[in-house]
Design a binder for this molecule. Structure first.
Ligand code: HEC
Ligand code: HEC
Length: 506
């Protein structure tokens, strides 16, 4: 909380995802494309294949334009965005890996210079020197991946670094090698995709057909590296992390299954259009394949980002930028004394630092719908019990009074009034709504932290007593503060649901 909070109503997670996915898509191509160019050039030179050499010349123009201009722009954009979104995490990464970043920037400089020399050297250099420059380009580009990969994989699996603080423990962490192999596969696969895009613009010919097949081979080899290393990557993530995800985190699991499905679809597309129907690769087909590749890579990166929750650096810093090591201080002194830049509205400042990095009021991951028709006591209860909600959120690190201040701030921004009037519902339907809002975020029937067994066979009177004793069951559980109609409707719904659950279990 040493930095001011960049308060805009856009969802930060979404903003980050868009910039990051575009950047990784380009930056991995920058590596795979380099390899593709030198390997294909070596073969073409050996066979004096002028058609191929002309194609490669054209491809390298497209390549340098995309990677240097677009890659560098989105790379700067990433720094811009992470610095604004999570300055504390960015600071931690720079601080612990300063020499890694410095080396990465040197490799990047070599990469840029070599790319420019390669592009302008086609007709001016001897074939041998031209190829040497190409290999230098690829080597430097891959080394920059090697380094960034150490830092990215560290964020999910910092491992021994947490206790030793050693640079190499953090860098060569449990997902370093699987992630490096996986990303190298991605580079190779993307080379196949981009070069397919360029060749798709050519008129139908034998040359086009054979190049399409050649490109598909790159795509397939890339996928053959990617799919097993996806599995290897999963194995490297500590069991506790994946188990928690399976129990309570729908997002990373969805992302993971999307990654497999898009991966398979891409594999089939490469087989179909690269081998069977290779004379039919039009711009449209190439663009669809590109979109599949983007969707695949997007899902993987989304998985990697979301499975880390509630942390931004696992077991070290929460997603809202609060360091684990400071947790006891925050719980003791509250957050306010540690917020350096204060606006005068304490409720707003607290909300920003505790929740706003992941939530908006009514945009991306909105808080308003969760709290419409409720009250300050309930909102404060959810804030204090945030870590018990499905989805794996960070715990609230502050004092009682601060939770109440956030609740007050939120309460002023949600709709007031009984749920019955707000949603025009009656009876069990109203009860369902009350359940979704007041209980369902922590207890799912047939799912996360199911409580139907505890409620089974209870009469309305007994369920009523349970609602009165909410606070005695768990510190995290807010008291029931709905009105009488909501209480009766909830009791009716709970009875109905537990009977259902009973009749389904033999
Ligand atoms: C590290 C990011 C992060 C932080 C910090 C965070 N949340 Fe969340 N929260 C989420 C995500 C992501 C979800 C959605 C869970 C899902 O569907 O996977 C969520 C879900 C919720 C929900 C349930 C929403 C619904 O409609 O089901 C509520 C309520 C909520 N958060 C409140 C808060 C409050 C209050 C704070 C601050 C004390 C907070 N969160 C801090 C990420 C965060
Ligand atoms: C912020 C999260 C949260 C909310 C909201 C919440 N609970 Fe709970 N509830 C818990 C936790 C945590 C426990 C105790 C630990 C456990 O058993 O998992 C618990 C325990 C219970 C139990 C205990 C049973 C037993 O076996 O001892 C019942 C019944 C229950 N909740 C019902 C409800 C109902 C009904 C609502 C809505 C009115 C509700 N809860 C809202 C978090 C919550």
């Amino acid at each position: 909380m040493d930095y001011p909070f960049w308060d805009i109503s856009v969802g930060y997670g979404l903003l980050m995802a868009i910039v990051a996915v575009v950047h990784v898509f380009v930056s991995h191509f920058a590596i795979g494309g380099g390899l593709y160019l030198v390997v294909a050039e070596s073969f073409a030179r050996r066979n004096s294949d002028t058609l191929k050499l002309n194609f490669l010349k054209k491809l390298s123009k497209f390549f340098v334009l995309v990677t240097l201009v677009f890659g560098a722009l989105t790379g700067v954009a990433i720094w811009f965005i992470i610095g604004l979104l999570n300055p504390a995490a960015t600071e931690a990464l720079i601080h612990h890996f300063v020499w890694a970043w410095a080396s990465e920037w040197c490799f990047f400089l070599i990469e840029i210079l070599a790319a420019i020399i390669y592009l302008y050297g086609w007709d001016k250099m001897t074939p041998r020197n031209h190829l040497v420059v190409g290999w230098i380009y690829f080597g430097a580009a891959w080394m920059s991946l090697f380094i960034i990969n150490g830092i990215l994989s560290f964020m999910l699996t910092p491992g021994d670094w947490l206790t030793t603080g050693s640079f190499f423990d953090g860098f060569f962490n449990d997902t370093f090698w699987s992630s490096l192999v996986l990303r190298t596969g991605v580079c190779v696969m993307l080379a196949g995709l981009y070069s397919t895009l360029v060749i798709s613009l050519y008129p139908r010919s034998d040359f086009k057909a054979s190049t399409v097949r050649y490109n598909a081979a790159w795509g397939l080899i890339g996928m053959a590296i990617i799919l097993p290393s996806l599995w290897w990557y999963w194995q490297g993530i500590p069991g506790a992390v994946t188990t928690t995800a399976i129990e309570m985190m729908p997002t990373p699991l969805d992302a993971w299954s999307f990654a497999w499905r898009f991966g398979m679809a891409l594999m089939i597309a490469f087989l179909l259009f690269g081998l069977v129907m290779r004379r039919h690769v039009s711009l449209g087909v190439a663009v669809v394949m590109m979109a599949l590749g983007l969707a695949w890579f997007g899902s993987f990166e989304w998985f990697r980002e979301s499975i880390r929750k509630p942390f931004v650096i696992y077991d070290y810093m929460y997603g809202n930028g609060l360091a684990l090591a400071m947790a006891d201080n925050y719980r003791e002194d509250g957050l306010l004394p540690y917020i350096v830049f204060r606006t005068g509205d304490d409720g707003a400042d607290l909300l920003r630092h505790a929740c706003r990095r992941c939530h908006t009021i009514d945009g991306y991951h909105p808080l308003k719908p969760a709290f419409d028709g409720t009250d300050e006591i309930f909102i404060a209860g959810i804030i204090k019990g945030a870590h018990a909600l499905k989805g794996n959120m960070p715990p609230f690190l502050g004092i009682e009074n601060e939770a109440a201040m956030i609740a007050g701030h939120l309460y002023n921004r949600v709709d007031h009034g009984p749920l019955k009037a707000m949603y025009a519902l009656e009876g069990a339907e109203l009860g369902h709504k009350v359940y979704d809002i007041r209980c369902g975020k922590c207890h799912e029937f047939y799912g996360y932290n199911d409580k139907s067994e505890s409620l089974l066979g209870l009469d309305p009177e007994e369920i009523n007593d349970i609602l009165d004793m909410a606070e005695d069951f768990a510190e995290e559980m807010p008291p029931f503060t709905g009105d009488d109609a909501e209480r009766q409707a909830l009791i009716e719904y709970l009875q109905f649901m537990t009977e259902q659950a009973e009749s389904k279990t033999p």
